[in-house]
Design a protein around this ligand. Structure first.
Ligand code: HEM
Length: 371
């Protein structure tokens, strides 16, 4: 496991290269589908994708409820994009000339979405708890002391969110005009979903909106700066940079699907319940399907054809419900950070820290105004 912690993706590639079958066993017992065609089949085939998605798990009673909630939240977030842009500009004005990343990515995105997640009239204590959780453990930290802190914070945040949901449900929430993502979640939860389950659903979505987007912003900045050190302007459109960063270093590095009944897959016999994992990273680095996949090359997005499988947001029936709006949020943030500035990174390496997401290791970003 020490080798995995040092270079998780290299470790995964090493196992994939040595495997003789389309599916190989990971050291911690799970199964990884190495063959790209078989992997895409796992994500798309109804055999593995019926019933409820693992993202929401059993927090909602049916797949229809999951889809309805995902769409409702996506719509609320999409409607907020103009406000996000303005709030981002205000948050950037407070960013120091040298800032610590990837944490600054999460802080920036949180500041730009704070009123979307909890409207300004929501209890101040809850808004503060949410801001603290963004600082100390929205995403699982590799550091034990951070994990301990977040384990202390999480029950408090869940309890405070649950209490707020109880109050809002008692007062009634207007489905047609949600004031924030919490209202949207409450309105989309069918009867019978407890206040605590609604709080857990809400926290999953906060993690996606702030944590996953924040880490994707950090990867884009890091990779673009490392490949154009000291440039006053990047030679690529920001959209190409963010797409290529999501290919080169997908934040969600593994998604899993349970095997529904005894079956043979990729030359191996599986029992029901075994988890088949698909790694977007491995598919994005398949030498047979991508040209020079190990290189960070935003210009590969100048044309629409000739690409291998691209699934930073997964694929098939359980694809990320917020993919398009997430892409917009990431691109807007990177563009805003770069506008009128020369960017430089120090202390940067491209080996990620892998926990529940593949995050960049700490680096410093220096912004020097060019006008
Ligand atoms: C960089 C940002 C993001 C990435 C990389 C990402 C990626 C993913 C992935 C890989 C899944 C799981 C799919 C699977 O199990 O196959 C997922 C699920 C989901 N994501 Fe995202 N996501 C991001 C941001 C967002 C945002 C901003 C929203 C909301 C607006 C969102 C909403 C959802 C929903 C609702 C699902 C569950 C889909 C379902 O089960 O039907 N995501 N996301």
């Amino acid at each position: 496991m020490r080798r995995f912690r040092r270079d998780p993706l290299g470790f995964l590639e090493h196992f994939a290269d040595r495997s003789q079958t389309g599916v190989f066993r990971l050291p911690w017992g799970a199964w990884c589908v190495r063959d790209s065609e078989l992997a895409l089949k796992v994500l798309r085939d109804p055999v593995f994708n019926s019933g409820r998605s693992t993202f929401f798990g059993d927090l909602l009673p049916s797949r229809l409820d999951q889809v309805a909630l995902g769409r409702a939240v996506r719509n609320t977030v999409r409607a907020h994009v103009p406000a996000y842009r303005c709030a981002l500009a205000r948050a950037l004005a407070d960013l120091p000339a040298v800032s610590p990343w990837p944490q600054s990515g999460l802080t920036l995105v949180h500041r730009a979405t704070a009123d979307l997640l909890l409207h300004p009239g929501a209890p101040a204590a809850l808004r503060q708890l949410q801001a603290r959780s963004v600082r100390y453990g929205l995403m699982r930290s590799p550091l034990r002391r951070h994990r301990l802190r977040s384990e202390l914070l999480r029950p408090k945040l869940t309890a405070a969110t649950t209490e707020e949901i109880t109050d809002r449900r008692a007062a009634g929430v207007c489905e047609a005009a949600p004031r924030d993502v919490l209202d949207t979640v409450i309105a989309a939860c069918p009867e019978g979903v407890t206040d605590e389950a609604a709080a857990l659903l809400y926290s999953l979505l906060v993690k996606s909106v702030v944590g996953t987007v924040g880490h994707a912003v950090a990867w884009s900045l890091l990779l673009a700066c490392l490949h154009q050190p000291g440039a006053t302007a990047w030679p690529w459109p920001v959209d190409w940079i963010t797409r290529e960063a999501a290919r080169h270093r997908p934040v969600v590095w593994m998604v899993g699907r349970p095997v529904p009944h005894p079956m043979e897959y990729g030359g191996i016999d599986f029992k029901p319940g075994a988890i088949l994992s698909v790694s977007p990273y491995l598919l994005h680095h398949d030498q047979h399907l991508w040209k020079s996949p190990e290189q960070f090359r935003p210009d590969r997005w100048s044309d629409t054809g000739d690409h291998g499988p691209y699934l930073p947001f997964s694929a098939g029936p359980f694809t990320c419900g917020g993919a398009a709006v997430a892409q917009t949020m990431i691109t807007e943030a990177v563009a805003a950070l770069a506008a009128g500035n020369r960017l430089r990174v120090t202390g940067a390496i491209t080996h990620p820290v892998v926990t529940d997401s593949a995050a960049p290791r700490p680096f410093a970003l220096q912004r020097v105004p060019t006008r």
